[in-house]
Design a protein around this ligand. Structure first.
Ligand SMILES: O=C1O[C@H](COP(=O)(O)O)[C@@H](O)[C@H](O)[C@H]1O
Length: 261
């Protein structure tokens, strides 16, 4: 199933399209399950989530927060209130802005008690310690590690989750969550979904905006030889529905077929 690309000129229209897509998958998922299992990423996605899930008056009232189970596609190994934390970003952008009478979603963050420091990276931690944090997170995943929707970003180097170009974790098959201590993008120590989790998802949606993303979009959608992590997601053979939500500038000059959502 080839990845679909939805492009809009304006940021607000991208946000609206992302919101409609989340809502559609939420409603479909809740027909056959009592919970909606979603994983979110960090980076630029945080602001988009606030704009579509909190600020957008045609989407927000239809989000069934009490039925959401939220996970993180990757997490930086910092305290949850640290500016680098992906949980912290989601909390700041979404959770802290939920109306007071809303039943909060179940949010699965890393076990903060396993972090030893309170300010930034933890100097004394080792690879085996980080692996135990990854294992603990793996144990919290939904049954069969199956998500209804995984929302991803795509870095300017083509990374997604904390799966970086040419990194050994691209070939990880045994672990569902892996620890990485040499992330080329700071902070270096993180945990991340691996491809076996991405392969099991019902649907995956990327959000990528801005002219700065155009060179990497060319490599992902046009360069047949590229093995970039985000391209590998597009090529999953397990029937995952993969969509990209982009603005026109992110695909300007890129030979890719897009439509409006
Ligand atoms: O480090 C990370 O970067 C990616 C991409 O971020 P973006 O700001 O370029 O959208 C993000 O998806 C990931 O969760 C984060 O840890």
């Amino acid at each position: 199933m080839p990845a679909k690309v939805y492009s809009h000129a304006q940021h607000d229209d991208v946000v609206n399209a992302v919101g409609k897509h989340i809502l559609k998958i939420q409603d479909e998922s809740l027909k056959s399950s009592s919970t909606f299992k979603i994983a979110v990423s960090g980076g630029s996605l945080g602001k988009v989530l606030k704009q579509c899930l909190i600020d957008n008056s045609s989407i927000a009232p239809h989000i069934q927060w009490d039925k959401w189970e939220v996970y993180f596609s990757d997490e930086r190994l910092v305290p949850l209130d640290h500016p680098d934390s992906n949980y912290g970003l989601f909390n700041e952008m979404v959770l802290s802005n939920l109306p007071t009478n809303t039943t909060k979603p179940k949010v699965n963050a890393i076990d903060e008690s396993l972090l030893t420091g309170k300010d930034g990276q933890i100097a004394s931690a080792s690879q085996s310690h980080d692996e135990s944090i990854a294992k603990r997170y793996e144990a919290s995943l939904p049954e069969n590690a199956k998500f209804d929707l995984i929302l991803l970003g795509c870095g300017p180097d083509g990374h997604t989750c904390s799966l970086f170009p040419d990194h050994r974790l691209l070939k990880e098959r045994d672990e569902l969550i892996s620890a990485i201590s040499d992330s080329p993008k700071p902070p270096p120590r993180r945990i991340t979904f691996t491809f076996p989790v991405l392969e099991r998802a019902s649907s995956i949606a990327f959000v990528a905006e801005g002219a700065g993303k155009a060179p990497i979009m060319e490599k992902i959608f046009v360069d047949k030889s590229s093995q970039l992590p985000s391209k590998l997601v597009n090529e999953l053979k397990t029937g995952v529905d993969v969509s990209w939500f982009v603005d026109d500038s992110a695909i300007e000059g890129v030979n890719v077929i897009s439509s409006k959502y």
